[in-house]
Design a protein around this ligand. Structure first.
Ligand code: MLT
Length: 312
């Protein structure tokens, strides 16, 4: 029977269902991006890619699960900017961020929006900042745990307005959005993949986008700069990873499939409708993802250190 060598296994890869771990709850922005890209990659690879949501600890539980998985190409991770911020936020991570994964490629950039429950009193960003300062013990802010994109944006917002808000952590901003729409929590900074339709449906109030220019998908929402928050641009990049030791042939096959998926007109349109900015082709390479993760760890480390935020 012999054991299939790496090469032979790569030739027949994928010969069974692939699991893509999403380190946040179903129904949130990371889940949305994952299901979109997994559907397109499944068609190309001829095997189903099943999404498994492993939430908790701001995405580090799910990432840790993949770091320890067999490097056979059948367990993947789709994670975002939190992969880089968690490297500085957590004193004990269950994996070595820059040495526990192979890099498949960058997926897409997603802008963020500062949003609130529909009946939140402040009318605009200026009023929101005044209100937050005057009611700092009352205002609640939802995020998906330390290391989440919603945590990063909240940390930047609170340091910008020099006001700490009461944080309510969830396993993803899918469930957090349910509470925001229900009015159980006041404020959140979340990705347009999760907020665009709720804003358009009038279910939540939008104060700003974290982009240089207004978003075509949300033309009536001012940028943070228009609201007086300068240098407040946060773009949530996403990448696909495999456990360290996954064969280069399999990684190359996955990367080629990802690049093809990102050119799929249906994927391009659905990402655009959700306000995302797909990474240009070059970014979908393993080298570009490795460079992005490395540079983002270096970028956020001093910001996190000066904010004095960490998790044990
Ligand atoms: C985040 O805040 O990192 C994401 O919104 C989490 C999620 O995808 O639910």
């Amino acid at each position: 029977f012999g054991v299939l060598t790496g090469g032979a296994a790569a030739e027949t890869y994928p010969s069974r269902v692939i699991t893509m771990i999403v380190p946040f709850s179903a129904g949130g922005p990371t889940d949305t991006v994952s299901r979109l890209v997994a559907e397109a990659m499944s068609k190309d690879l001829g095997q189903q890619i099943v999404i498994e949501n492993v939430g908790g600890a701001g995405g580090t539980l799910g990432a840790g699960r993949v770091a320890k998985a067999d490097p056979d190409g059948y367990t993947l991770l789709l994670h975002h900017i939190g992969m880089s911020t968690s490297a500085s936020l957590y004193r004990k991570l269950p994996y070595d961020t820059l040495n526990a994964f192979e890099y498949v490629g960058l997926v897409t950039d997603v802008p963020m929006t500062i949003v609130a429950r529909a009946n939140f009193e402040p009318a605009d960003m200026k009023a929101l900042v005044e209100y937050a300062k005057a009611n700092k013990d009352k205002v609640t802010y939802a995020n998906a745990g330390i290391g989440a994109a919603s945590h990063l944006c909240g940390m930047l917002f609170m340091s910008k307005i020099e006001t700490p808000l009461t944080t309510v952590p969830y396993k993803g901003t899918g469930p957090a959005m349910t509470d925001l729409v229900g009015g159980q929590v006041d404020l959140m900074c979340d990705q347009t993949t999760n907020t665009t339709n709720q804003i358009k449906g009038g279910k939540i109030k939008a104060y700003a986008t974290t982009t240089k220019e207004r978003l075509a998908a949300l033309p009536d929402v001012p940028t943070a700069a228009e609201g007086g928050l300068t240098d407040f641009e946060v773009g949530i990049w996403h990448g696909i990873y495999a456990p360290k030791g996954t064969s280069p042939e399999i990684v190359a096959k996955l990367s080629a499939s990802l690049q093809k998926a990102l050119k799929d007109p249906n994927v391009v349109k659905r990402f655009a409708d959700l306000g995302t900015v797909p990474s240009p082709d070059a970014d979908a390479t393993p080298e570009a993802l490795k460079a992005k993760l490395t540079s983002e760890i270096a970028r956020w480390a001093p910001v996190i250190k000066s904010a004095g935020v960490y998790a044990d």
